[in-house]
Write a protein that binds this ligand. Structure first.
Ligand SMILES: [Fe+2]
Ligand SMILES: [Fe+2]
Length: 469
């Protein structure tokens, strides 16, 4: 079904024929807009931003670009098309027809998962609330806002499910999604990483590379769900998510590129000299990478989890790319986990978080390889790397263990002393913040980042992507 833009809430779920649901969502809509005004991109409400809006849910449905004031963005409810005769692809219900309604006995589990996913979406907008004020270019400013409006739409996606399938509880949860705020001492967002402020663009690019990629894997596993409306919602969200990771990968890549240019120009790899020249040394980039990677790994949860076992068994949440596996039931298989106390053999269903984390880590490697190609081509042998997934963890069996980035357990004193080499220090943060000066002339770039190879939608890099008034 195509998207109906003539309605107050654009949708492809035939909202007009469900008056009760329509009224409930129209009641939520002004609360969402209030939230956007208070917590969304600060000071840019009257700017015209060159944004893309989905007009269809197929691969071609993306082509609508134009200047829009963000509060007028057409947030709506878009589900990927229904797959005929779809069956549940994993767990105890393997092969049974998918559900169009939530099975009563799984209601609270489904609700918790939808609320947790939904909570991350507005959280990231809140984390990036002030970032636009220090944009390195209009191109980047536009990309930030594109990510922000889409995270807003992802919130809509989850709120639709809560309203449409969870009755009164769902409506209350939808309100609460606007009540929690990132970093709020009394009412914070649910997951730790989403309470970390993102006040500089290096962190923003790391976040979109690593944390949005966690989002990709969560959405991939939910798009396997036996609850079909959830699966279809997430399948469409994945098409939006891809752009967020593009922003992260190319953002970090452009910072690396600029750093290499400065290294070449100065003929040195001395961090002090690079910094004095207004670029970010590779060591600092590595420390930010270590922080955001390890923090994003925690989002997958503990290695051993009865929750993830029951989500898998009950058909709630599959593995990303479930069809690639041979065994979709996994009732009697085991998994060897490496813990600080040695190898522990557990039931595979209980290790699903770890299975997912491993495929995430592999996906993270792709960008690292591209960044390293640039470093190698520039003639340096100081590649960036992912730290061990045991390093700097706060959740699971490796949490708070003194482990170095290679994954070796070391003396705690040595660990504490060495942390300044491995994670961003106050000095790093102060330096990175000092670079964050607004550049808002079309085509101009801040000195710490190279221009992108190409603009958005085949437009030149110096196009006026954001028109301010
Ligand atoms: Fe999202
Ligand atoms: Fe995202």
């Amino acid at each position: 079904m195509s998207i109906n833009y003539s309605e107050k809430i654009p949708n492809n779920v035939d909202l007009a024929n469900d008056r009760k649901l329509q009224r409930a969502l129209e009641h939520w809509q002004p609360h969402f807009l209030d939230w956007w005004r208070e917590q969304g991109p600060n000071d840019f409400a009257s700017d015209e931003v060159y944004l893309r809006t989905a007009v269809g849910v197929d691969a071609q449905g993306w082509a609508s670009y134009g200047h829009v004031k963000m509060p007028d963005y057409r947030w709506g409810i878009f589900l990927a098309d229904r797959v005929a005769d779809r069956t549940i692809g994993f767990g105890d219900h393997f092969g049974e027809p998918v559900w169009q309604q939530v099975p009563g006995e799984l209601r609270s589990q489904f609700r918790r998962i939808i609320v947790t996913q939904g909570d991350t979406e507005p959280a990231s907008v809140e984390q990036q609330h002030l970032l636009g004020l220090t944009c390195p270019s209009l191109y980047d400013l536009r990309n930030l806002f594109q990510v922000n409006v889409e995270e807003g739409r992802h919130l809509w996606a989850m709120v639709y499910l809560l309203h449409a399938y969870f009755g009164r509880d769902g409506r209350e949860e939808a309100e609460a999604l606007l009540g929690r705020h990132s970093g709020d001492a009394d009412n914070p967002r649910i997951l730790g990483t989403f309470n970390e402020p993102i006040s500089d663009w290096l962190s923003f690019f790391m976040f979109t590379y690593f944390t949005d990629r966690d989002g990709k894997f969560q959405l991939k596993s939910l798009s396997e769900s036996g609850f079909d409306p959830l699966a279809r919602t997430c399948r469409f969200m994945l098409t939006e998510e891809a752009h967020h990771m593009f922003v992260g990968e190319t953002g970090v890549g452009r910072i690396v590129k600029r750093t290499l240019e400065v290294m070449k120009e100065l003929g040195t790899d001395d961090p002090g000299a690079i910094r004095a020249h207004g670029a970010i040394d590779l060591q600092t980039i590595q420390r930010y990478l270590n922080f955001w990677f390890s923090s994003s790994l925690d989002l997958f949860g503990s290695e051993v989890s009865s929750n993830s076992a029951s989500s898998f068994a009950n058909g709630i949440k599959g593995r990303p790319d479930e069809s690639q596996y041979e065994d979709h039931v996994c009732a009697d298989s085991s998994y060897d986990l490496e813990t600080p106390d040695g190898v522990e053999r557990v039931n595979l269903r209980n290790a699903m978080n770890e299975v997912m984390r491993n495929s995430y880590v592999k996906d993270c490697e792709i960008g690292i390889k591209r960044w390293n190609m640039q470093i190698k081509r520039a003639g340096y042998d100081t590649p960036l790397s992912l730290p061990s997934s045991r390093f700097h963890r706060s959740i699971g069996s490796w949490s708070n263990m003194p482990v170095d980035p290679d994954g070796k357990i070391i003396d705690r004193d040595v660990y504490e002393r060495q942390l300044v080499d491995w994670l961003p220090t106050e000095n790093d943060q102060a330096f990175v913040h000092s670079l964050m000066q607004r550049v808002a002339e079309p085509g101009k770039m801040a000195g710490w980042i190279a221009p992108p190879d190409r603009g958005i939608n085949k437009l030149p890099v110096d196009y006026e992507y954001v028109r301010s008034h």
